[in-house]
Design a protein around this ligand. Sequence first.
Ligand code: LLP
Length: 427
Amino acid sequence: ARPHLALTAVGLAVEAVPLARVAVSHGTPTWVYSAAAIHTRYRAMSVALAETGLDARIHYALKANDSLAVVTQLARQGAGADVVSDGERRIARQAGIAPRDIVFSGVGKTEAELRAALADGVGQINVESAEELAMLSAIARGMGVTAKVALRINPDVDAGTHAKITTGLAENKFGIPSTDALALYSHAAALPGIVPVGLAMHIGSQITSLAPFRSAYSLLAALAREVRSAGLPIALLDIGGGLGIPYAGEEVPSASAYAAMVKETLGALGLRLVVEPGRWIVGPAGVLLARVVLQKQGEHRRFVILDAAMNDLIRPSLYDAWHGILPVTPARWRAPLSPADVVGPVCETGDTFASARPLPDLGPGELVAILDAGAYGAVMSSTYNARPLAAAVMVSGTADAVIRPRQSFEAMRAGEVLPPWLGPLLP
Ligand code: LLP
């Protein structure tokens, strides 16, 4: 499942670059991404969709990993973008993605963000409420432009994933109830400054079964037919992202199985499809390389304390997510295992990467890789505990390049000033 990772005589390597070398050249903690893995996975998804004969386009969801290097590589491979903020839109544009190939999603786009997207000529804006539709119409009319809109429908389908990343239940903040879809679509068609072009859906993330997609897409097909029968124009369906990856060796549907299901549920409509994968493309392509600060024997547990923490990779703390952890040194792959808690130095018990994980003895200075950290890793980092953002490195074959230098203390604190009533800092 991770062909870009190799167990070599000089230790764990990403493609042909030993992680021990990365640690020496660039320090730790460091995100390490495989260009080949990203390339291969994007291609696999795009081939799987093309082989079904569907007119489908991948709009990479930048939120999974918005590194300029990652987005630029995907743009060169032909990806469009799914963005959720003005910042992401600007990154997509810097990476060379044309405005018409950008979809602007999100439940709370501000007036300034909508204005900027319209001024840029963004190809599709996914609207999530009647209120937002009215706001967008007023802005577009004021600017003398037309917004191409897809209405995001909330299908009220349980994606069977973690509650915090479920988005398609009626109780969630996202989308428009399916019962309101037709009326709002026809209202949109009559609004100045708005051209409705389609319907959109996204039911959640890290979905490991096709069943929830199948029920959501069947509903989407039925709604598209209703729109058509009402004589309203419809050109596309945006089917969101959400396909999961195996973090712990679990069975997940392949890209071809996903594509076949898309064809089965939506193929007959002959509409253009927009697909918004994030995690599936970049998740398995990255590791977080960290060094053991020390190993500590607690009263009940053994703790392996790393120089990476929850401020770097928050997924285990936030979602109880499971990430594989591999020692980098070959001698450790054959050493006896015993349970250990792998933790960071942040002052919270939640700063735990793994609990009771079978691991070898790991002494100070040893390297470990936290696997499948390419999606929702670096993008969710913070500087909590005044810990500067980690470096990021991209590997291609035997080459490695820094794509984001480790943040300096000065850069981390840039812009901090005292209010005038405190006077100057004392020497
Ligand atoms: N499209 C929309 C409208 C989305 O909200 C998302 C993700 C995607 C596409 C991409 O979904 P993906 O293919 O990556 O599953 N931070 C969480 C995941 C949050 C996902 C939010 N929306 C995590 O670390 O698991």
